[in-house]
Write a protein that binds this ligand. Structure first.
Ligand code: NDP
Ligand code: 8X3
Length: 251
C-alpha cells in the first residue's frame, strides 16, 4: 500500500487531497498545526475509507520541528511514496510599498522555506528507494504578479522554479515532480488572507463559480497515478471564467 504525506491537510485543498488519496487506497500522513483538527480528521478518514491515517502536528516554518516530526515516524511509515507540499497562505493585499513585514515573512517562511524543508528531508529517502513523487501546490499567482499580490505571487513563482530545479536534479532517478497551479479555489484561503474578514473573503468568489478543493485533488491524484514513465510536470487549473491571475469574468 502506498503512503502519501500531505502538508496543510486540515483545510481546503489539503483536506480534499487527503480524501481523494484515501479513496484511491493510499494510507495517509496528514500534517498541519492544529492538532485537534488533525486527530479528528484522522479518525473520520480511517472510518470512512478503511485506511490507516497518521496525524503529525508541526509548523512547516520551524525547521527543527519538521525534522523532529519526520524523525518520529515509526519505521513502518517512513517509506513515503508521494509528498504533497500544500501548506501555504497569502496574507494581505496591499501594494508592495505598503505591505506588512510580518505578513511577508510568514508567506516566505511558509510557502518557500517550509516547502524546502519538507523536500530536503523527504526526497533523499525517495532517491534511496528509487521511487517517489513530489507534488507542489503552486498557483496561477506564480505566473504573473497581480495588484497587491506581489509577495504572495513571488512565493508561488519560487515554487515553480524550485519544482523545475528539483525536476532537473532528479532527472536521473525515477522520482517525479509536479507543480500544480490552481486559480480561484474556494477554501479558507481568502479568510486567512484578510485576517478573518469573512465578508471581504466572500467577495472574492462572487459572480463566478470558483474551483473546489476536490477539483485540484483530482488532478493531484491523476498525476500520482500516471504510469511510471509519465511525469505530469506542471498543470494550470482555472475556473472557466478565469483567464489569468487578474482576468476574472464575473456576472
Ligand atoms: P486553506 O487556508 O484552506 O488551507 C491551508 C492549510 O495550510 C491549512 O490546512 C493550514 O492548517 C495549513 N498551514 C498554513 N500554515 C501552515 C504552517 N505554517 N505549517 C503547517 N501547516 C500550515 O487554504 P488552501 O487550501 O486554499 O491552500 C492550500 C495551498 O493552495 C496553499 O499553498 C495556497 O497558496 C495554494 N493555493 C490556493 C488557491 C486558492 O484560491 N485557494 C489557489 C492557488 C494555490 P493549520 O492552520 O491547521 O496549520
Ligand atoms: C491563489 C489564487 O489568484 O487568489 O493562489 O492568488 S490567487
Amino acid at each position: 500500500m502506498k503512503t502519501v504525506l500531505i502538508t496543510g491537510a486540515t483545510s481546503g485543498i489539503g483536506a480534499a487531497c487527503a480524501r481523494k488519496f484515501a479513496g484511491a487506497g493510499y494510507r495517509l500522513i496528514i500534517t498541519a498545526r492544529r492538532s485537534g483538527q488533525l486527530a479528528a480528521m484522522a479518525g473520520e478518514l480511517e472510518k470512512e475509507f478503511s485506511t490507516a491515517v497518521l496525524p503529525l502536528c508541526f509548523d512547516v516554518r520551524d525547521r527543527d520541528a519538521v525534522k523532529q516530526a519526520l524523525d518520529s515516524l515509526p519505521a513502518a511509515w517512513r517509506d513515503i511514496n508521494v509528498l504533497v507540499n500544500n501548506a501555504g497562505l497569502a496574507l494581505g493585499l496591499e501594494p508592495e510599498y505598503a505591505g506588512d513585514f510580518t505578513d511577508w515573512e510568514t508567506m516566505i517562511d511558509t510557502n518557500i522555506k517550509g516547502l524546502l524543508y519538507m523536500t530536503r528531508l523527504i526526497v533523499p529517502g525517495m532517491i534511496a528507494r528509487q521511487q517517489g513523487h513530489i507534488i507542489n501546490i503552486g498557483s496561477v499567482a506564480g505566473d504573473a504578479a497581480y495588484a497587491g499580490g506581489a509577495v504572495y505571487c513571488a512565493t508561488k513563482a519560487a515554487v515553480k522554479i524550485l519544482s523545475d530545479g528539483l525536476r532537473i536534479d532528479l532527472a536521473q532517478t525515477p522520482v517525479r515532480v509536479t507543480n500544480l497551479k490552481p486559480g480561484l479555489v474556494e477554501t479558507n484561503f481568502s479568510q486567512v488572507r484578510f485576517h478573518g474578514d469573512a465578508e471581504r473573503a466572500a467577495k472574492v468568489y462572487q459572480g463566478i463559480q470558483p474551483l473546489s478543493g476536490d477539483d485540484i485533488a483530482d488532478v493531484a491524484l491523476y498525476a500520482a497515478q500516471a504510469p511510471a514513465h509519465v511525469q505530469i510536470a506542471e498543470v494550470l487549473i482555472l475556473a472557466t471564467h478565469q483567464a489569468s491571475g487578474s482576468v476574472i469574468y464575473r456576472n
